[in-house]
Design a protein around this ligand. Structure first.
Ligand code: DC
Length: 234
């Protein structure tokens, strides 16, 4: 099977919309590969912070990106991220690393350096790709593109709850401010801005719970890939 014949489901949108949860569910249930592209940007950001690079220096960050080995390893129901062999799964999830990821993600050479690595995830039997530009740039020919949205207030509330569950305390106010700042940067950058592809199906998850988002997206997948035996597992 040619790589381009391998089906891809892209799920884009800002953080806190339920993207990660629905992507893990789809990949696990279908037995398809999962690309968490945000984790790639976060791993580069972490390496740049460790190296004390100027995050606004596109060529230095791109050079660093090309030198890094970033791997994912299935760890139970979750995915571990390995940066040059070191497990950075927890470290890349901090708010600071997320903000740094959004900053280094504006640089075209950094995005170019990650493009082939992302496309390499398109392997049989299929791929679920989670990000900001999966449907617009990385997999423009994907047969199913979903774009999730939710109000910034609801996303901040979800993020706050998630952090409390992890035992991390952060003020709702700071989280809201971060979300607004990151959204603006991700949306307004000139290369691969966060936006729905023209053929994406947009779902507003503000008033939906996890089960409802899962149900809606599963319905779209079933409709798009009729007759595939793996789809019957949804
Ligand atoms: O989805 P996330 O919160 O892990 O992503 C962190 C940042 O990485 C996000 O604010 C912007 C950047 N990013 C990107 O520019 N393109 C992607 N496909 C994924 C993430």
């Amino acid at each position: 099977m040619a790589e381009t014949d391998v089906p891809v489901i892209t799920v884009d949108g800002p953080g806190g919309t339920g993207k990660g949860t629905v992507c893990s569910y789809l990949a696990e249930t279908l037995g398809w590969h999962l690309l968490d592209s945000g984790a790639l940007y976060r791993a580069v950001a972490l390496a740049a912070l460790h190296a004390r690079l100027d995050l606004d220096d596109a060529s230095m960050v791109a050079e660093l990106t090309n030198s890094l080995t970033i791997r994912f390893r299935v760890a139970g129901a979750d995915m571990a991220t390995l940066l040059d062999g070191e497990d950075v799964t927890g470290a890349i999830r901090s708010e600071d690393c997320g903000s740094a990821a959004s900053r280094i993600a504006v640089h075209p050479p950094v995005r170019r350096a990650l493009l082939a690595r992302q496309r390499a995830f398109q392997r049989p039997p299929g791929l679920v790709a989670d990000g900001r530009d999966m449907g617009t740039v990385v997999f423009p020919d994907a047969p199913l593109k979903v774009y999730l949205t939710a109000t910034p207030e609801e996303r901040a509330r979800r993020r706050h709850k998630q952090l409390i569950e992890k035992g991390i305390s952060d003020s709702l106010q700071r989280l809201s401010a971060n979300i607004v700042e990151r959204d603006a940067r991700d949306r307004e950058r000139s290369t691969s801005p966060m936006k729905p592809a023209p053929d994406a199906i947009v779902i507003d998850t503000t008033t939906l719970n996890v089960g409802e988002v899962r149900k809606r997206v599963s319905g779209l997948v079933r409709g798009r890939f009729p007759g595939r035996p793996d789809i019957g597992r949804l």
